[in-house]
Design a protein around this ligand. Sequence first.
Ligand code: GSH
Length: 264
Amino acid sequence: MLTLYHNDMSVCAQKTRMVLAHKGLEWESKHLDLRAGEQFSAEFRKINPKGLVPALVHDDKVVLESNAIVQYLDEVFAAPPLLPVDAVERAEARGWLIRLDAGLHEHIAVVSFCVAFRHQILQRHATPESLQEFFAQIRDPSRRAVMEDIVTNGLMSSRLLLAVFVYDKLLKDMTSCLAASGCLVGRELSLADFAMLPYIERLEQLQLSQWWESYPELGRWLARLRATPAYELGVAQWSNPAYLQLMKESGSDAWPKIQALLSD
Ligand SMILES: N[C@@H](CCC(=O)N[C@@H](CS)C(=O)NCC(=O)O)C(=O)O
């Protein structure tokens, strides 16, 4: 039996649900409201002491870290495979997953919070005392420092500048890989494509798609992935309209500011 602790709009959870769907697997959903702090509950900390989703429980085994989870699923439920047969291409696909853990995941959180999600936190914790309580419940000091910065400083955060430069390079690198076959690696969609999709779609939700206006390969890739049953079951069916609306409204004037950071 597979149980997934997850969140509807979490990029890591979207990736994991797409892989579960692509493999045709049945799973039990344990949805956590991250804004209500359900990831910090004692019950969930027994599953993941770090208080992060997604977490997969397979029978009595716990598998943590979304990139480890999707590779675990691909090994244990081999068909249809999501890593290429060719060893070099497999290494390339894993390289894209490493890129997420080596910074991109934190950068999308920075962009998302600086543009949109900080408004949710500031609304929910409207007094300085309540805001301090929110920060204090984040036990990991480095996660707490990032959250304090991006919620407090928003578009003025120095972390946003770094995130924007990393993303700009990523969009160029993806475009050059997509030019050959429309996939990031090889000729078929792989873990690399499913893993990267939420990180690009999030920019679009934040009204930043002008960023890749001159890269049509990226638009075609997005459309191709969105036409898959895995996207429908793993992403579309879990879309949270309130979050989409917040990102749309907060992001309406974000692009000129991001563009200004890029041209500085
Ligand atoms: N490296 C972890 C990152 C997981 C992660 O950051 N999850 C976010 C949602 S995308 C989360 O649970 N955030 C809750 C929090 O930061 O309190 C993974 O890939 O699973």
